[in-house]
Design a protein around this ligand. Structure first.
Ligand code: AQP
Length: 339
């Protein structure tokens, strides 16, 4: 069980079990979560309540919630160092979300690009949850007074809103919440789709060629990179006007810890075919190690349940303290203790 100390800053982050986590989720978030676990009090969540803003198959959502935890652990995130839990196991998230929604403006939520993107993608289901998603996300973060939130750059706007909400509440009711900072790693902040490099790689993309899942088998990974959309130039060089090859260079560098200059030199005079194979190999090297660990963790459901149960107890303890404070500050009458 993780032991938190007062001298360390707190980190909160989470991923939605809305599909199999991709290398975008890994490079943009999970890899950083692992790096930060020794220096911060880390709280990492499986945000299942966010996932239902888009229609999910209930049995799959249930299964993927546990699988997501096993993936976190396989990526080297250690339950002895961090608190892991499933969002729906801690009622404080929705309790705080309601209070915060009364400090969030309709206009602010209307400007969120993720809402616009997801409304366009799911035009038959533009539900209120999709619209208020950023308020629940602010509650996730503020509930634990997180100092830092490691995310991909797609979440930057939501973090800024969480900061605005925290500041607004603090001003209205006296200092209550820590104003969080986003922690966004530069090179892998935004991994793009392999089939349309103008768009972010997403686990719920209906085209499986567009993403590489952390659990994809090696031959599948190699095939996906081989088919990745690039251009007709055949020169391996970072170039904002050639998003396909630039994305592959970023992925290669993230998996090999090389710089783009080193990568460009290595593949000078060689075609895209060679390079795409090397990207696939580098990615598969890391992912097969993760997959071996994943297979061990997922086969021990009792152990995963124990981790979730202990994590939820720790998270609820912190969350309940915040909720009592917030309820008192906004003027809710305290629940009488009648014996
Ligand atoms: N393509 C990406 N590049 C870098 N970081 C990314 N993240 C997601 N996609 C990329 C980061 O992963 C963390 C968890 O994301 P999430 O599951 O909470 O939701 P998301 O950002 O909406 O991710 P997806 O894969 O695109 O999910 P779906 O398809 O369900 O919408 C976040 O820190 C995110 O920044």
């Amino acid at each position: 069980m993780a032991e938190f100390t007062k001298d360390r800053k707190t980190i909160f982050s989470g991923a939605q079990p809305s599909g199999n986590l991709t290398i975008g989720n890994y490079l943009g978030a999970l890899k950083n979560w692992q790096l930060l676990q020794d220096d911060y009090n880390c709280i990492y969540c499986v945000v299942d309540m966010h996932a239902i803003t888009v229609r999910q198959t209930p049995a799959e959502l249930r299964k993927r919630s546990l699988e997501t935890l096993a993936v976190y652990m396989a990526c080297g995130i250690d339950p002895a160092k961090v608190v892991f839990f499933i969002q729906s196991h801690v009622p404080g998230h929705t309790q705080l979300s309601w209070v915060l929604s009364c400090s969030t403006m309709f206009g602010e939520l209307s400007r969120m690009t993720q809402f616009k993107d997801k409304s366009a993608k799911h035009a038959d289901n533009i539900n209120a949850g999709l619209f208020t998603y950023p308020v629940l996300m602010a509650a996730d973060i503020l509930l634990y007074n997180a100092d830092l939130v490691p995310v991909g750059s797609d979440q930057k706007q939501h973090i800024e809103l969480a900061r605005d909400i925290a500041q607004r509440f603090n001003q209205a009711y006296s200092p209550t919440f820590t104003v969080p900072e986003g922690y966004i790693s530069k090179s892998s902040a935004r991994i793009m789709s392999l089939s349309d490099p103008e768009r972010k790689m997403s686990k719920s993309d209906p085209n499986p060629q567009s993403f590489v899942s952390i659990l994809d088998p090696k031959d599948e990974i190699i095939k996906k990179f081989k088919r990745a959309v690039t251009d007709s130039e055949s020169i391996v060089r970072l170039d904002p006007n050639r998003p396909g090859i630039s994305n592959l260079i970023n992925i290669y560098c993230a998996f090999t810890s090389k710089t783009p200059e080193e990568c460009e030199k290595e593949f000078e005079g060689r075609g895209y075919g060679d390079f795409k194979l090397a990207v696939g190999e580098a990615c598969a090297d890391t992912l097969t190690k993760i997959q071996d660990k994943y297979n061990t963790y997922i086969s021990d459901k009792a152990q995963l349940d124990k981790i979730l149960s202990e994590g939820a107890a720790q998270a609820n303890y912190i969350a309940n303290k915040t909720i009592s404070k917030v309820y008192r500050k906004v003027g809710f009458y305290a629940k009488p203790e009648v014996k």
